[in-house]
Design a protein around this ligand. Structure first.
Ligand code: XUL
Ligand code: CO
Length: 437
C-alpha cells in the first residue's frame, strides 16, 4: 500500500520553480567545493517526529491525520516502516534516525520489547537492501516511561540503571545490525530536579561508568559507530548534566571519555542554553568534537524546545560555515529533529516541512562555500588580530614571554590605536551574500 499517494519523487527544479513539491536550492548531485550537496549535507529523517508524533502538546490531544492512524500495536509499527521507506524514497533522504520505542511498541518486559524491536529491525534490514537510505544513528529512549522519572544512567535506583544498561546494549546490537554510522546519547532525564535529595557525584560517576561500559561493549561486538553526546540544558529536568558543549566537554575529560565521543549539536538546544547554534558548533569544532547535527530551530518568543523545521537562512548559513570549516560532518549528518506545527496536521505538510528544511540548508551551504572561497571571515579575522604577528604578538602566542617583558613593552606606550569591530558592516555584507546566491 502507498501511504503518500499522489506525491511523486521530489526533484530539484531551481529557484524559480513554483512547484511546492520540488527543491528550489537543494540539488543533490550538484558539486559545491568539490563534493556533491548530498555528500556534504547528509540529511536524515527523524522517525519519531515524522512517523510517530501526533501533534499532541501539554495542553491538548493530537491533531495529526495520518494514513496509518487506524492501526494498532505491531501492525501500526509495520505500517510505519512501509510509510517511512516510501517517504525516504520520495523525499530522497540518504539517512534516517530512531529511538528504540519509535519503531516498536514496548512490551511488559524488556524481553518482550526486544522481541518487537527484532521483528521491526528485520523488516527495516530487508527494505535497506534496495533502499539508498542508511541509518545515521539510533538511540535508546530512556525518558518517556515512568521508570526513568529519576533518571537512567543517573537514577537513584540500581535496577533502573541495569535496565538502562540493557537498553543501550540492545541499541548497540541494533545499530550494528543495521549498519548505523553513529550511536547517540541524549541524556533525557540525566540531571536533577533539586539538590536537596541528590547525590550529584554518584550520579555523574555512574553515568560515566555507563558510557565506559558502552564503549567496551561496542568494541566487543565489533560495532564501530561514532558515539555522540547531545547536550541540552534545563529540559526536562531543571539541571541537565550535559548542559551545553562546554559543560559536556568538561565531563568527558573528567572521566577520560574524550577520545570516544563527539557531539551531536541541536540548534534548539543551543538557544535554550543561551547560545547561538553557531556558538555550539564552533566550540565543538575548535576542540575536534563536532560530530553531527540535529537540524531544527527554536522560537525566540518561546522558552522551550519547539523543534521547528529550520528555515532561518542566517542560522543555516553560519552553521554551514562551521561545518565546512570542520571539513564536513564525517560520519555525522543533518538530522531533522523537527516536527511540523500542531496546526500543520495534514500528511502533505510532512513533505513541505522537509523541503523547506533541505532548501534552507542548501542555501546555507551555497552561501557559506562562497564566503569561504572569498576568505570573507578569514580576511576580517586576520586583519583584526594582525598585531599578534608583530614581534611582541608572536612572543605572546608562542608562549615566549612573561609579565616583566610585557610590562617593559607597555609601560611607556602613550597611545594604542583600537579599531572598530565593524559588526554592522559585516552583517550588511552577509545580507548581500544571502541575496546574491
Ligand atoms: C530531545 C532530543 C532527542 C534526541 C534523541 O530534545 O533532541 O530527540 O535528539 O534522543
Ligand atoms: Co535532538
Amino acid at each position: 500500500m502507498a501511504y503518500f499517494d499522489g506525491i511523486t519523487k521530489v526533484k530539484y527544479e531551481g529557484r524559480h520553480s513554483d512547484n511546492p513539491y520540488a527543491f528550489k536550492f537543494y540539488n543533490p548531485e550538484e558539486k559545491i567545493g568539490g563534493k556533491t550537496m548530498e555528500e556534504i549535507l547528509r540529511f536524515g529523517i527523524a522517525y519519531w517526529h515524522t512517523f510517530v508524533a501526533d501533534g499532541s502538546d501539554p495542553f491538548g490531544a493530537g491533531t495529526a491525520i495520518r494514513p496509518w492512524d487506524h492501526l494498532k500495536g505491531m501492525d501500526l509499527a509495520k505500517a510505519r516502516v512501509d510509510a517511512a521507506f516510501e517517504f525516504f524514497e520520495k523525499i530522497d533522504a540518504p539517512f534516517f534516525c530512531f529511538h528504540d520505542v519509535d519503531i516498536a511498541p514496548e512490551g511488559a518486559t524488556l524481553r518482550e520489547s526486544n522481541k518487537n524491536v527484532d521483528e521491526i529491525v528485520a523488516m527495516m534490514k530487508d527494505y535497506m537492501k534496495d533502499s539508498k537510505t542508511k541509518l545515521l544513528w539510533n538511540t535508546a529512549n530512556m525518558f518517556t516511561n515512568p521508570r526513568w522519572t529519576h533518571g537512567a544512567g543517573t537514577t537513584s535506583h540500581a535496577d533502573v540503571y541495569a535496565y538502562a544498561a540493557a537498553k543501550i546494549k540492545k541499541g548497540l546490537e541494533v545499530g550494528k545490525e543495521l549498519g548505523a554510522e553513529n550511536y547517540v546519547f541524549w541524556g533525557g532525564r540525566e540531571g536533577y530536579e533539586s539538590l536537596l535529595n541528590t547525590n550529584l557525584k554518584l550520579e555523574q560517576e555512574n553515568l560515566a561508568k555507563l558510557f565506559h561500559m558502552s564503549i567496551d561493549y561496542a568494541k566487543e561486538i565489533g560495532f564501530d559507530a561514532q558515539f555522540l553526546i547531545e547536550p541540552k540544558p534545563k529540559e526536562p529536568t531543571t539541571h541537565q548534566y550535559d548542559y551545553d558543549v562546554a559543560t559536556a566537554t568538561a565531563f568527558l575529560y573528567q572521566y577520560d571519555l574524550q577520545d570516544h565521543f563527539k557531539f551531536n549539536i541541536e540548534a534548539n538546544h543551543a538557544t535554550l542554553a543561551g547560545h547561538t547554534f553557531e556558538h555550539e558548533l564552533r566550540v565543538a569544532r575548535e576542540s575536534g568534537m563536532l560530530g553531527s547535527v540535529d537540524a531544527n530551530q527554536g522560537d525566540p518568543l518561546l522558552g522551550w524546545d519547539t523543534d521547528e523545521f529550520p528555515t532561518d537562512l542566517y542560522a543555516t548559513t553560519l552553521a554551514m560555515y562551521e561545518i565546512l570549516k570542520n571539513g564536513g560532518l564525517g560520519r555525522g549528518g543533518l538530522n531533522f529533529d523537527a516536527k511540523v506545527r500542531r496546526g500543520s496536521f495534514e500528511t502533505e505538510d510532512l513533505f513541505h516541512a522537509h523541503i523547506a528544511g533541505m532548501d534552507a540548508f542548501a542555501i546555507g551551504l551555497r552561501v557559506a562555500q562562497k564566503m569561504i572561497d572569498d576568505r570573507f571571515f578569514e580576511n576580517i579575522v586576520d586583519e583584526r588580530y594582525k598585531t599578534f604577528n608583530s614581534e611582541i604578538g608572536k612572543k605572546i602566542t608562542s608562549g615566549q614571554t612573561n609579565l616583566k617583558e610585557l610590562e617593559a613593552h607597555a609601560i611607556d606606550i602613550e597611545n594604542i590605536e583600537i579599531r572598530s569591530g565593524q559588526v554592522e558592516k559585516i552583517k550588511a555584507r552577509i545580507n548581500q551574500y544571502l541575496l546574491n546566491i
